[in-house]
Design a protein around this ligand. Structure first.
Ligand SMILES: [Zn+2]
Length: 155
């Protein structure tokens, strides 16, 4: 079993965005549309169904709640309520085998390593990063789009 798990955005953030159609902290207007491409929801970590379900695009600080300098960027969530990802061990299924960038951060948000993975290397690469005691957590981004997806933490 994996020694780490993915952490999705808090439900309060998803709820606030759906209720206000504004980006938390920034107040920028959020945008709602039927998913026209690969749109991973940062709350349930599943994909918003293409040409079927609505997604809300908004600006998220990838370091939300971590008390370090922010790094805002665009993310999607389901427009309708969805269950928050349950933090089961390992890389969430939807992201396995994808082109991912793993960013390993130490204290005070210091970037210690950046690794691009493909062909299902994400599990092994994460284990290597989290085996280093100075690494506190790992951010996962889409290598193609550059967008923040979720955080990985030790169990
Ligand atoms: Zn969702």
């Amino acid at each position: 079993m994996s020694s780490f798990h993915a952490v999705a955005i808090p439900s309060e953030v998803a709820r606030a965005v759906r209720a206000t159609m504004k980006s938390p902290k920034y107040g920028f207007p959020a945008h709602k549309e039927v998913a026209a491409g690969r749109a991973p929801c940062r709350h349930c970590l599943e994909l918003v169904k293409l040409n079927e379900e609505e997604a809300i695009l908004f600006t998220l600080d990838a370091f939300h709640g971590q008390n370090v300098p922010p790094s805002p960027g665009p993310v999607y969530i389901h427009a309708k309520e969805c269950p928050r990802y349950d933090e089961r061990p390992g890389i969430p299924e939807t992201y396995r085998g994808r082109l991912l960038t793993l960013e390993a951060f130490g204290s005070d948000r210091r970037l210690l390593a950046e690794v691009r993975v493909a062909n299902g290397e994400e599990e092994a690469a994460t284990k290597v990063l989290l085996a280093k005691p100075e690494v506190e957590y790992v951010h996962v981004r889409s290598t193609e789009a550059g967008c923040y997806l979720f955080r990985l933490e030790r169990n």
